[in-house]
Design a protein around this ligand. Sequence first.
Ligand code: FYN
Ligand code: ADP
Ligand code: MG
Length: 569
Amino acid sequence: MTNATAVVPEGVELTDGFHLLMDALEMNGITNIYGLLGIPVTEIGRMWQARGNKFYSFRNEQNAGYAASVAGYLTKKPGVCVTVSAPGFLNGLTALANATTNCFPMILISGSSEREIVDLQQGDYEEMDQLNIARPHCKASFRINRPEDIGVAVVRAVRTALSGRPGGVYLDIPARLFSTVMSAEEGKKSLWVPVDPAPAQIPAPSAVQRAAELIKNAKKPLILLGKGAAYAQCDADIKALVEETGIPFTPMSMAKGLVSDTHPQCGAAARSMVLQESDVVVLIGARLNWLLSHGKGKTWGNPKKFVQIDIQANEIDSNVQIHAPLVGDVQSCVNALRDALKGMNKPTEWMNAVAERAAGSRAKLATKLSTATPVMNYHNSLGAIRDVLKNYPDITLVNEGANALDNARMVIDQYLPRKRVDTGTWGVMGIGMGSAAAAAVETGKPVVAICGDSAFGFSAMEYETLTRYNLPVTVIVMNNGGIYRGDEASPEHQFSCMLFNPNTRYDQLSIALGGEGVRVNTPEELAKALEDSIKSGKTTIIDAIIDPAAGVESGRIGNLNIVSTIGKK
Ligand code: FYN
Ligand code: ADP
Ligand code: MG
C-alpha cells in the first residue's frame, strides 16, 4: 500500500493512521479487539497482535460485533469491533444497533472506500455511505479525515459510548487515512485519555425525598432490577438497599444473580404475584418496554406507582406515568435512597407472603425437573444442567432460543452478578457464539451456552472461532429438530418450514471443527457430559436430544404471536 504524500520535512520521524489508531486505543485501555479482517483493515490485526495485544478474529462480523458488545457490558469499557467496508460494515452494524438497544458500550470501526468516489457514486470497491447509514443505529457516527484527528475521534467515541446511557458508536475510517503519515512527535501530542468518561450523575435531593416518601408509605413495595443495574457494577450497594429495606426484588433476565436468585428476598419465582399485587415498584436500570408489558394491562394488576432510577431522563414516562423519577447513575441513586430510607419499617408481612409463594413455585418446579420422561424434555434436561451449574457459580451462562431461553431462565439460578448473557432487549437469535467468546475472553472463566437448535444455527460456524482460541466453552444444543417444536406435520411434497434435518449431528459438527462432541439422550448423560466438559476446559458441543413435542410456539411470549384465523380447517 502506498503512503499518502507526507507534508513533513525530510528526516522527521513519521507515524501513520494505523499506528495512531492503535496508540489511541491502547491509551484508552483497550487490549482486546474483536473483528474480521480484509481490505482495508487487515494490517490492524497484524499490528495489534505484534504489539502484544489480542485480536479475536471471527468468521462473520455480526458475531464479532456481538462479542464486542458483550465485552462492553461485562467490563464497562467500550468493546471494539473492526470490520471491512460495505458488507462487512453492514454485518457489524446489526451488532452495533443491538448494543445500542441493549445500552452496551461498543465502538464499531470500519474501513471505508474513498470519499470522492463514494460521494459521486462512481462505483468504488465496496462503495457505501457508511457514516450516514450507521447514524440512526447508534449514539454517534464519526468520520476521521486527518491523522491528527484520530486521537480526538477515539476519545469522543469512548466518552460517547460510556457516558449517560451507554451504547454504540461508529467510527468511519476511509482507507487512505490508514497509511497517511504525519510527524510522529505531532502525532503523539494529538492523543489523550478522557478524564472521567462516565461521570457520576447525582440525583436531585428533592427527587430522592419524593421517591423515599413513596417507598416508605407503600404497603407492598417491589424492587425490579434490570440489566442497567447489573451494568453499573455497584453490586454491594444494590444488595444493601434490598436488605436494609426488606423489600422483595425480582430480576429481569440479565439481572438474575445481581442479588442471588437464592436470596430469601428474591421474588423471581413469584413473578406474577409481585407484579400484580405490589403497590409501589422501584425500577432500577430496567425499562418499561415490551418485556414488562409497557407497565400496564393485566400483567400489572393493581394500580401502582413507579419509582424509576435511570440515567436517561427521557426514559421516564416513556410508557406510563412515573410518580417518582430518580434520574442519575444507579450507584448514586441507590445510595441516596439508602440514606433517605434509613430506619424504614420493613414490609415483613408482604415479604413473607412473597417468600411463601416463591417457595411453593420452586417446590412445584423441582418436581417437574426431576420427573423422568421417555425422551428428555426442557424440564428434566435443564434440571440436570442446573444441578451441575450449582457447583460452578462463576461460570457465565449464555442463553438463546425460544423454549431453550425461557425455560433456562426459569430453571437455572444465577448466584453472582453479570453471569447471564442472553438475547436481550431485541430477543436476538445468533448472539450465542459471539457472546460466549467474549465472556470466556473477558472473564477468563468457563462459559456454558444453552442454545436452541434454531438459535445455534445463526452463528454455528463461529464455533470454529471458539475451538481456534481454545476457549473453555461448552455449547449445549437443545436439539428438538425445529423452530419451537420439532413435530410439525409437513405439507404434501414439502418439508415443513419449521423443521430441520432430523439427522443433524451437532456433536459431530464440533469434532469436524476441532472441538469435542458428545450426544446425550438422558438427563444423567447430560449431567455427566457437562461436568466432564467443564472440568476438561475443552471447547465442546453437547448435542442434547429433546422431545420434538416438548416445545411451545414462541416459548413464553406466545401472546405476541400473530396467527391468521381465516381459512383454517
Ligand atoms: C421463575 N419462576 C420460577 C422460578 N423462576 N418458578 C419456580 N422456580 C423458579 N426458580 C416462574 C415465575 O414466577 C413465572 O411464573 C415463570 O416462572 C416465568 O418467569 P420469568 O421467566 O421470569 O417470566 P416470564 O413471565 O416468562 O417473562 C418475563 C419476560 C421474560 C418477558 C421479562 O420472558 C423475557 O425476558 N423474555 C424474553 C423472551 C425473548 O426474548 N425471546 C426471544 C424470542 S423467541 P408466574 O409467576 O406463574 O408467572 C422468538 O420466538
Ligand atoms: P432490562 O432489559 O433488564 O429490563 P433495560 O435494558 O430495558 O433492562 O434497561 C436498562 C436501563 O438502564 C436503560 O434505560 C439505561 O438507560 C439504564 N442504565 C444503564 N446504565 C445505567 C447506569 N449506570 N445508571 C443508571 N441507569 C443506567
Ligand atoms: Mg428447536
